[in-house]
Design a protein around this ligand. Structure first.
Ligand SMILES: Nc1ncnc2c1ncn2[C@@H]1O[C@H](COP(=O)(O)OP(=O)(O)OP(=O)(O)O)[C@@H](O)[C@H]1O
Ligand SMILES: [Mg+2]
Length: 213
């Protein structure tokens, strides 16, 4: 059975503006009285949020890249099965701050785990569910770091990896976008907030018309 809802993911390196844009889109859709939920990865359900804390907190032992990968996948499996899929079936627009592409970019591009392995794990965790549309907010990591510093944000374990790691992740995201040109919409995250928000909204209108047909 075809899902009635619309699944939208927001991707990009830390500090590129995902949360800013997802909030603006949700507000606009709520104003239009559309059924919409906003969620995030890792997390989105009580169990998955607990896994998020495990992933993002600094531990007294080294976290192996395999452990990290499996924790992300476990959180995603719970998120999809208990929150995303049930809502899509009810016809809700689901906006997710990060999804499977983040694992490909961070654990693949950033940590050098083989793409095939990550794809297999993602397929297992999501049951083959893909976003209808993904926005990739592309920003040089130096600018992202300046924005986060300005906002006075405390860095989590992943954000502490530094500029070079973030730049590797950024390049991986762009590669993923190039391989999925129909699904992934690259937004220039250097643009002003309002301009990006209009671009996102216009793309959503276009996609919801197509999926409604
Ligand atoms: N277009 C923009 N121009 C300038 N500053 C921006 C823009 N978009 C967002 N910012 C600012 O950059 C900072 C990071 O934005 P935001 O929290 O939305 O990024 P994020 O991608 O959600 O980061 P994270 O991955 O760490 O959650 C915030 O202080 C935000 O106000
Ligand atoms: Mg955010």
């Amino acid at each position: 059975m075809k899902q009635k809802g619309l699944f939208v993911s927001f991707e990009g390196i830390d500090g590129c503006g995902k949360s800013t844009q997802i909030k603006l889109l949700r507000k606009r859709l709520v104003k239009e009285k559309r059924k919409v939920i906003q969620t995030r990865e890792p997390g989105g359900t009580p169990l998955a949020e607990n896994i998020r804390n495990l992933i993002l907190h600094t531990h007294t032992e080294t976290v192996s890249k395999e452990t990290e990968l499996l924790l992300y996948a476990a959180a995603r499996a719970q998120h999809v099965s208990t929150l995303i899929s049930p809502n899509l079936k009810k016809g809700v627009i689901v906006l997710s701050d990060r999804f499977a592409d983040s694992m490909l970019a961070y654990q693949g591009g950033g940590r050098n785990i083989k793409t095939d392995e990550i794809n297999k794990l993602n397929e297992f965790a999501t049951g083959g569910l893909n976003p209808d549309i993904t926005f990739l907010f592309d920003l040089p990591s130096k600018i992202a770091a300046i924005r986060m510093k300005k906002a006075g944000r405390k860095k989590d374990r992943m954000e502490k990896e530094g500029i070079r790691f973030q730049e590797k992740v950024r390049r991986a995201f762009l590669k993923i976008a190039a391989s999925n040109p129909k699904r992934i919409f690259v937004v220039d995250a250097k643009l002003p907030v309002e301009v990006q928000s209009e671009i996102v909204y216009a793309a959503i209108c276009r996609v919801s018309r197509i999926t409604a047909e």
